[in-house]
Design a protein. Sequence first.
Length: 534
Amino acid sequence: MKNAMNQPYWLFQGAVILTIAGLLSKVLSAVYRVPFQNIVGDTGFYIYQQVYPFLGIAVMLGTTGFPVMVSKLLSEHGKENRRLITSVSFVYITILSFVLFLGLYFGAGSIADLMADRQLILLIQMSAFVFLFLPLTVLLRGVFQSDGLMLPTAISQLVEQLIRVGVLLVLSFYLVRHGHSLYETGAGAVFSSITGSAASFMLLIFIWLKYRKPPAFSRTLNQPTLKKNDVLKSLLLYTLTICVSGLLILWMQMIDAFHLYALLRGEGLSEAAAKAAKGVYDRGQPFLQLGTVFAISIGTSLVPFLSSAMRKGDHETIRQKVRTSIKTTSVLGIGATAGLICILPTVNTMLFRNDLGTDALQIFCISIAFTSIAITQTALLQGLGHTVYPAIVVILSVMVKWGLTFVLVPSIGIHGAAWSTVCGVLTAALFNAVYLKRKGWISIRELFPMKVLLSAVFMAIVLIAYQALLSLVIPFDKRLFSVFESLTSVFVGGFAFLYSILKLEVFTEEEWRLISLGKKILYFKQMRGKRNGR
């Protein structure tokens, strides 16, 4: 009885643990690219980014894709089906992982030809080995999560990321310092992902041996109520919905990896110039990942909450949560986009040592707002039981990105790649918004957040004025001053945006209470109101 009473608390605590771990992993995944680019330069960055989508897909499937599928099935179908679900899931994931391994390893030559760079063959083949760690890693994470134990998954995620980032930076520095080629250095970077996956796998095995809960894999006295085909159908459905929907950013990166360099070469750029241009364009990826990390964390926490509310039929709570989530994501996404566009010339210099490609990266940063909104909308739809539609929308948005890449890149280069990404994620955000509107979960006002846009404009004006004033006081163009200008601009822009959000009353008092840190902001607002009243 005690366990039953405490179950919601433990479920909430587990969701918080996973959200924090996911947040830290995403931040690490974005941040390490800056020192890595500083070590290997734009061409070295291009080399690694060509194979990163394969590594990213493996990470996504191993952390939020397959484990969620397994734990969902185990949680929904009772102990009598536990052994059947684990065995069928293990076989299914093993076959799928092995197919992906074989496809990458033996198809590396064809993939490299499509990318117009045969020197990538070894890196693509090495990236294939990451998929071999998936089956047992995924199964253990899924079993732990179905038992309400989120800590093993969270710890293994962080350990995997920390070791991957640590090995990547140390090995890259060593290889460049000792005169190895950039492709050899890229192979070392891919090897770091293999070490991270191996470390995570061994840690989970160690925790399992300590945990020792045989019923997960042993025979049960009760006859299973499910059939193998039922489990297999569910796994296939989840793969085509949950996994496809979660790969929006990686699909976009995959299109750029396959086509951008080849198209640039086709337009007459030299091999070195095309690689450097692609590397400059890839500087936008850390901005996109950091800019969307909060949307991903919001989405992670939304799905279980909305699923529970749907089962209870609490439609008013759902409607409130949907609107608050979309509004919060719009504020964060639009604010991050507008602020970053304004300060990008100095941020580019601060992080990457020069301001190459700033105008293309400013275009690319527009995708932060639309991607954030689309990710949150996808999580909302999944939580509301609409899993197929967001997957179809992701496929449609990828097709838009793919088509526009061939149209725009030949004429305007990396600017065309940036615009194609923006249009792709805009497609996802618009189609999801229309669907939510048709289902009655949001109104026209939520589709066009005018107050948020006005706040972004106000912030932009303040930032432009601040930077103009600063350029008069400090008329130097060096990296050290770029650091000072970038960091101070973040605080100035953030304060201006928050002031405008409060002044225009974008959020109601009830909505502030639902947002993380919102209560503290509301408290300061109320205290300020009382002082002004006096």
